[in-house]
Design a protein around this ligand. Structure first.
Ligand code: SF4
Length: 441
């Protein structure tokens, strides 16, 4: 996919949403001109995401900014557009000047050690350059200390009605019930915000949206299963794209995108082909910590240079909770709470380390991983803290040594592409290539 153009004048104020819409549209138009129908869907979904945010008010909808796991299908049932603030930093991570502009702004007021995901979001608000007025802000108290510091600051900057989901440390029955009770309290908040009632009409709409959301999550599970096949037919960067389900669950657009991806993957598998950049799969990589949004091209490079496909990553891994009984509000609330605590970045990175080990087992066993990389985002200090336990576990159970690479998942200035390639390259050649690690070794 083309790299986004950095078409802004750094001496003038930026309108983040308009700028992003223009950049995505310019990629879209470029692909139209070049005739690339087979991959248009990868950009169409981005175009939908950003234009839905830009046009929310024009379309008579309220715009709700959110951070962390929140029940987006309830927001959609109340005719609102959920705006996942993490999509700002993940979108601009490869654009050094733009990303640096916002991170540097935040560092005037907040510690440098704060996660760049939060620094970039905060910076946009501190500079007053979001470009849209949000009607409410909903956030959770997870995934990490960085978010717990950043979200209250954002509350003050946004100066609008706010709702906080207090998420428990443990992901168990008691924890799910605790979050479910808060989902109940969220309904009157939404009624007051929108002036709409939680009546039969609203509930019917909510059911339809959840049916659509279930379809999307089922497709995501099937895509996960497809990635288990050897060779893996879908490139690593699809894992990054699929994270878009967080704000878009319940929309036909995201369901269609996932369906197209699945159809393409199945078709390639049937023909004995792959969409990856290597003719022959030699290694199956797990990036166990976070996704490197500031350099997703590194996965293409690993595929091309070493035949090493990122089959799964700790961020993309989904536990796949499907709402089982959409007519039973009590069950729906409980399972939505479960979904909220089991989505990426929350499932393994919050709570005790045993949760992370559980997802490691699923990823390393089911995806036949034979190259283990801790692509450690420096902001995620809580995951670095348990990194040694996790990598010792992998060594003992799967016989795989793990490469530690420190990166900033958002700020591209932290480590150059050359440095990153040198670190990974040395590991691939001197450790992986020399010892031919396999699951059974
Ligand atoms: S990337 Fe890590 S530090 Fe940043 S918000 Fe997510 S969990 Fe927190």
């Amino acid at each position: 996919m083309s790299k986004p153009r950095q078409n802004f004048d750094p001496t003038k104020p930026v309108n983040m949403i308009d700028l992003t819409c223009e950049q995505v549209d310019s990629i879209y138009q470029h692909m139209l001109t070049k005739g690339m129908p087979e991959i248009m869907w990868t950009v169409e979904i981005q175009k939908f995401t950003w234009e839905e945010i830009r046009d929310a008010h024009k379309n008579g909808k309220k715009l709700i900014a959110f951070g962390g796991p929140v029940p987006v299908t309830i927001m959609r049932a109340f005719d609102c557009v959920p705006f996942f603030l993490d999509t700002i930093p993940t979108r601009i991570a490869s654009m050094e000047d733009l990303c640096g502009r916002f991170i540097d702004e935040t560092e005037k007021y907040a510690p440098q050690s704060m996660c760049a995901i939060d620094k970039a979001q905060l910076g946009v608000m501190l500079k007053g350059e979001l470009g849209v007025q949000v009607d409410a802000f909903v956030h959770a108290t997870v995934p990490c200390d960085s978010a717990r510091i950043a979200y209250p600051m954002m509350e003050r900057l946004m100066d609008c009605p706010c709702f906080t989901f207090d998420c428990p440390f443990r992901h168990d029955d008691k924890g799910f019930k605790y979050v479910a009770e808060q989902i109940e309290s969220f309904i009157p908040f939404m009624e007051e915000l929108t002036g709409l009632k939680w009546d039969d009409e609203r509930k019917a709409k909510f059911k339809e949206i959840n049916e659509e959301s279930n379809r999307a999550y089922e497709l995501l599970i099937q895509l996960g299963d497809l990635r288990k096949k050897t060779p893996c037919v879908l490139p690593g960067r699809m894992l990054v794209l699929n994270a878009i389900i967080a704000p878009l669950a319940g929309t036909p657009e995201v369901t269609e995108m996932l369906q197209t991806q699945l159809d393409m993957g199945n078709m390639l598998a049937d023909m004995g082909m792959t969409a990856t950049r290597c003719p022959e799969e030699r290694y199956r990589v797990c990036l166990m910590q976070n996704m490197l949004w500031s350099n997703t091209g590194i996965m293409d490079w690993m595929e091309k240079t070493y035949g090493a496909i990122t089959v799964m990553d700790g961020f993309g891994y989904q536990d796949g909770v499907i709402l089982s009984d959409l007519d039973n509000w009590e069950t729906v609330k409980y399972e939505m709470a479960k979904m909220m605590l089991l989505v990426p970045m929350i499932h393994g990175a919050t709570g005790p380390t045993e949760y992370w080990l559980k997802s490691i087992d699923k990823m390393y066993e089911e995806y036949s991983v034979n190259v283990s990389i801790f692509m450690g985002h420096v902001g995620c200090k809580h995951t670095w803290a348990s990194g040694k336990i996790v990598t010792d576990y992998i060594q003992e159970k799967y016989g795989l040594p793990t490469l530690y690479v420190d990166v900033d998942a958002i700020d591209p200035r932290y480590k150059s592409n050359d440095e990153l390639r040198a670190q990974i390259g040395e590991y691939m050649e001197s450790v992986v290539g020399a010892h031919n690690f396999t699951k059974d070794a």
